[in-house]
Design a binder for this molecule. Structure first.
Ligand code: PMV
Length: 314
């Protein structure tokens, strides 16, 4: 019997993190070449067995199973009005867990896609995003919905809380170098700390969020016009404001500085901050050089990715 395969990309927040929690816009982009994979092999033996190979976990699905992936499978079957297919799902992922790269949403998206494929059915990106959101609430409490949306569309996304997300079409491709500080900070804790400070000095923090919001509008305009210099300036200004917000760290400051010194057009932390990843916008021919500079400055891992533009699609 043939095996069905599907995958889903990682994501990173380009700009607008934290302020997005307070109603300002954010932009997230896919990382097309960092992916989670799912395969489904039908068997004559009944039952749907799920193998989370990276975790060494294996269980048989049932409608009451509480694992986020089991919940996602239940929602997929409900939406498709289908019975579970009999067979084995294997899941693998290249995406580091807990670094703000959307690992849980990518794994879930790959599983939804492979089940739909095995059943010979198609699901729209909107339907996939809604199903995956159900798993995300179990992993992350009350997620904003940005991860499942950008991953389901595999396109840059303009996101404002409680509004339908919009797919953005950058005019030109752009290249990011992602640098990992190797420090894992809890998104929940950093978001809660910003909330405490905001509650004490509302006017000050609302002003900062407004300024961050403005950099996100500038970034959108730059993407739509293919102006990478302007995009770089918007990202660097966003980093300055994130530092003022108190969510940067000495390591993130060191990496963003190293990227700029090595020729990046702009650099900032990406995600909740205090650790995790940073991004540098670069011309493709200096990507390797910037990645080396980041590793010399202490990055435990670097990754270069290019987000396609309208021009590449002809
Ligand atoms: O670390 P990430 O990529 O999951 O991003 C967190 C983004 C915040 O704005 C800090 C929180 C949120 O829910 O939007």
């Amino acid at each position: 019997m043939s095996t069905y395969k599907a995958s889903a990309c990682a994501k990173i927040i380009l700009c607008g993190e934290h302020a997005v929690v307070y109603g300002r816009p954010a932009i997230a982009v896919p990382i097309p070449d960092l992916r989670a994979y799912a395969s489904f092999t039908p068997t004559t033996a009944s039952g749907l067995r799920v193998h989370l190979d990276d975790m060494g976990e294996r269980w048989t699905w049932n409608p009451h199973h509480g694992h986020p992936i089991a919940v996602v499978i239940r929602h997929t079957l409900n939406v498709l009005r289908a019975f579970p297919p009999s067979g084995d799902i294997h899941v693998r992922s290249q995406i580091p867990i807990g670094g703000g790269l959307g690992s849980s949403a990518a794994v879930a998206t790959a599983v939804v896609r492979v089940i739909a494929r095995a059943l010979g059915r198609a699901l729209s990106p909107e339907a996939i995003a809604a199903i995956v959101y159900e798993g995300e609430t179990i992993w992350h409490g009350t997620p904003s919905g940005i991860d499942n949306t950008v991953i389901a569309h595999e396109r840059p996304i303009w996101f404002i809380r409680e509004r339908p997300p919009q797919v953005l079409q950058p005019l030109r491709a752009f290249t990011l170098v992602i640098g990992d500080t190797g420090i894992r900070a809890s998104t929940r804790d950093v978001v809660a700390e910003v909330r405490r400070r905001w509650a004490q000095k509302r006017t000050h923090y609302e002003t900062l969020f407004d300024r961050i919001g403005r950099t996100v509008y500038l970034a959108r305009e730059a993407l739509q016009q293919g102006d990478l210099l302007a995009l770089g300036r918007a990202l660097t200004e966003n980093q300055r404001l994130l530092h003022a917000l108190g969510v940067s760290s000495p390591e993130l400051e060191r990496l963003t500085r190293a990227a700029m010194q090595a020729g990046a057009l702009g650099a900032k932390l990406a995600g909740a901050g205090r650790g995790g990843n940073m991004i540098a916008l670069v011309w493709p021919d200096v990507a390797r050089h910037v990645a080396n500079a980041l590793r010399d400055a202490g990055a435990v891992r670097t990754f270069v990715t290019t987000i396609p533009g309208k021009e590449d699609e002809g």
